[in-house]
Ligand binder design. Structure first.
Ligand code: OGA
Ligand code: MN
Length: 209
């Protein structure tokens, strides 16, 4: 299948990522893929579970730190998202080609913050697990408006903060190890697809069901 974006476009995004550690891309998914993910999301909402913090066996549930409910995706089981998975492949191969990252795996979950949910400022790499290289978030909030809350807040090296509104089909990429970030309180349900490109394959399947 053809690439979704040509190398030139990827290079522009990667330059921005290299310069400021994150990049925001609007209208990221093809509208058909966007709608596929959205209906998949709604079909699986009853199977979401309260998210924890920490990696693998150290995973604990702390609702005052993070209030989202998640559903981990599996490429084989969730093959109805095949066009999304192809875009993940494309993203990994572009990073490997142009940023020499040696990415060899990925993990993605759907996330639902019910009204009142937030996520304290954190890094996406854990003390006991440091293979997350690039974080990817795609927002699925049709009709998001100022006042709905749930902004992604990125902390800059000078401690200033940037707020990114979680509007429909906006993608944010950032360096997992270097960008402290959190989610401000959401005042209505907030939906996203979040994932990480990994330096080594995930052992997740062994530990989480
Ligand atoms: C996360 C996270 C941010 C967001 O799931 O680790 O930081 O905007 N999500 O959903
Ligand atoms: Mn995070």
């Amino acid at each position: 299948m053809d690439q979704q974006y040509d190398s030139q476009q990827w290079l522009v995004w990667m330059d921005e990522l290299a310069e400021q550690d994150f990049v925001v891309i609007d209208h990221f998914l093809d509208p058909d893929v966007y709608h596929q993910i959205q209906s998949f999301f709604q079909d699986h909402l009853s199977q979401f579970t309260q998210a924890g913090i920490g990696a693998l066996d150290r995973n604990t549930i702390e609702k005052d730190i993070r209030g989202d409910r998640t559903y981990w995706l599996d490429r084989v089981r969730d093959e109805s998202l095949s066009r999304f998975w192809l875009l993940v492949d494309e993203t990994i191969s572009m990073f490997n080609r142009y940023c020499y990252l040696s990415l060899s795996g990925y993990e993605f979950h759907l996330a639902h913050y019910p009204s009142g949910g937030h996520y304290d400022t954190h890094l996406d790499q854990f003390e006991n697990r440091n293979n997350r290289m690039i974080s990817i978030i795609i927002y699925l909030n049709d009709g998001w408006q100022v006042g709905d809350g749930g902004e992604l807040e990125i902390v800059r090296p000078d401690d200033s903060r940037i707020r990114v509104e979680p509007i429909a089909n906006r993608c944010v990429l950032f360096k997992s190890a270097d960008v402290p970030h959190g989610v401000l309180e959401a005042f209505k349900s907030r939906y996203s697809l979040t994932g990480w490109l990994l330096y080594q394959p995930s052992a997740l399947g062994k530990f989480l069901t």
